[in-house]
Each structure stands twice: as C-alpha cells, then as structure tokens.
Design a protein around this ligand. Structure first.
Ligand code: SF4
Ligand code: SF4
Length: 298
C-alpha cells in the first residue's frame, strides 16, 4: 500500500512523501515545554500541547501520519519585496487539494479509511513530522532542510487510520555554520535550534496593530514588506538547490507589491485583486503600515 501511495503522490508532482508514526511524540513535548518556559509560543500556534504531540486527539483511530513536501523555490529575485513563499497563488489551497486527492485515492483502496488533512493550520508540528518522516533534517534556523530543494518547502500532512510503516528520520543536522544567527535582523535565532518568534521579522511583518520601536527597527533592516527570507537565503544548504517541480508554484507569480497601487485601491479592490495570495491574509492596512515603517515615513 505504501508503494501505491508513493506512486500516486508522485503522479501529483509530490516527490517527497514519508510516514511518521502516530506518536505520541514525547520528545517533542519537551521541546514545546521549553518554548513555553521561554515564553516563545506565539498566537499563531495551537495552545494545547497534548493536541500537538498526539494525533489521536485529532483523529481518534490515528495509526500513522502521511507527510508531504511541496518545494516552492523559483530563484532569487533581486527586485522582490515579498517573501519567496508568497510569489505564487496561495499554497494553502493548492496543497489542500493535493492532500485531499491522496486521501480520496486511499479511500478507494483501503476499507474504512478515514483521514484528516492539514496544511499550516493543523494541530501537529509540521516540521517535526517532516523530520520524523525522513524528508529532511533540522537547520539551526529551525527550518527543515531537504537534500534536493533546501528549506524552501511547504509541508502538508494527513492523519489517518491505516498503519503505514514509518520512515526513519535522517540523523543529522545542518552544517551549523551559524550564518543564519549572524544575519538575522531580529537576533531571534539561538544556537540551540530555537527562534524567538517575537523578534522574528517575518512574525512582526504579519503582526496586527501598532508596532513597538524595537519591532519597527527590526522591520527596517530589510526591504520585504511581508515575511523575511534572510535565514534561509544565507544558508549554504540552499545553494545549488533545484527549483520547484510543482507547476502551480511556477505560474502566475508576483514578486513585488507596488506602494502607490496599494495606496490608491480600496480594501474591496485589494481583496478582489489579491485574495488568492498568501501575502494578503492580514489585509492591505498591515502591508501599508510595513511600507511606511520601512520607508521611514511614519
Ligand atoms: S525569518 Fe528573518 S527575522 Fe525570522 S529568524 Fe529568520 S532571519 Fe531572523
Ligand atoms: S545558515 Fe548555517 S547554521 Fe543556519 S541553518 Fe544553515 S547551515 Fe545551519
């Protein structure tokens, strides 16, 4: 069945697919508890630790988790002012569709197969799952690094009730050159493979409301008005990587947002033009705020 699963995933353009056990992941609990102790848990994360380490709290009869990588790198675009992961159409929809296709395919092959598929907003820790499923290894910058596509990868997973044989984690880390630590504009990365999200420029660029002076200073250290790619761009594991093989991430790309355009259009028009883009989820106001801070005009 695992062979059939992999073949089907490959036919959808998914080259890296693996299986993580259904846990509970007690080693992950320790990491999450440490993060809470350091007050590193952000409001973008699931609150309940047990839900994060135990798939059966989401799907009662969970027996394994199918994990897939979706590379999105299309090259380094000098003039861009948004994060690389937002160049294409909103990855949530593209990935959710492919995961559903896999789930429905398995339903047709396995009696009483049930599943729940997630991208980004699920209860489990997707990078941990990708590591457990043998799809990559951890960088100090906390990203999962894949041997072929580097760390510019999205992760999707399917909790399900079929006992697929687990894959083995790759027992290594990044080369630990610490370039990401040195280059991080918020000094958010520590050498114990942890990040303080509240000092992370990507988090700050998506945070609602008024920013503190420290947050504004961090934002001004780069020109991206949405996200931050620095700790990935400087990583030696991201040199010589392959560009994405996924058609949906190659077409219909936007590399920059224009300040004058943003200023001129209404919220309604902004939604009409950009609702299918990941950079639009916080709305026009946040993007304009970031522009103004970076241009130092507020
Ligand atoms: S995304 Fe940017 S700010 Fe956040 S940890 Fe990486 S380099 Fe630092
Ligand atoms: S930049 Fe260096 S230390 Fe940071 S993740 Fe990459 S290899 Fe590891």
């Amino acid at each position: 069945m695992k062979k059939l699963l992999k073949e089907y995933a490959n036919s959808l353009g998914i080259e890296y697919i693996g299986i993580a056990s259904a846990g509970p992941y007690y080693d992950l609990r320790e990491i999450l508890e440490q993060r809470i102790k350091k007050a590193y848990k952000s409001d973008f994360e699931e609150d309940e630790i047990e839900k994060r380490i135990d798939p059966s709290m989401t799907l009662e009869d969970a027996k394994s988790v199918i994990v897939c990588l979706f590379p999105y790198y299309v090259g380094n675009i000098e003039s861009s002012n948004i994060s690389k992961y937002t160049y294409g159409l909103d990855y949530h929809k593209i990935i959710a569709k492919k995961l559903e296709q896999i789930g429905e395919y398995l339903k047709g092959k396995i009696n009483d197969f049930i599943y729940k598929a997630y991208v980004d907003s699920g209860p489990l820790v997707d990078r941990y799952l990708a590591y457990k499923a043998g799809l990559g290894f951890y960088g100090i910058n906390t990203h999962i690094i894949n041997e072929k596509y580097g760390s510019y990868v999205f992760i999707g997973y399917i909790i399900n009730n079929y006992d697929f044989e687990s894959d083995k984690a790759i027992e290594r880390t990044c080369m630990q050159c610490k370039r990401c630590i040195m280059a991080c504009p918020g000094s958010a990365i520590a050498d114990d493979f942890s990040i303080n999200p509240f000092k992370c420029r990507s988090y700050i660029s998506q945070k609602k409301g008024e920013l503190s002076e420290l947050e504004k200073d961090i934002l001004r250290k780069d020109n991206l008005i949405f996200g931050c790619d620095i700790c990935q761009d400087v990583c030696p594991h991201n040199k010589m990587i392959k560009k994405t093989n996924i058609g949906e991430f190659k077409d219909n790309l936007i590399f920059s947002i224009d300040y004058d355009e943003l200023l001129a259009i209404s919220n309604k028009e902004f939604i009409r033009r950009y609702k299918n883009r990941a950079f639009s989820w916080r709305g026009k106001k946040i993007l304009l705020r970031n522009f103004n801070i970076i241009n130092n005009s507020s």
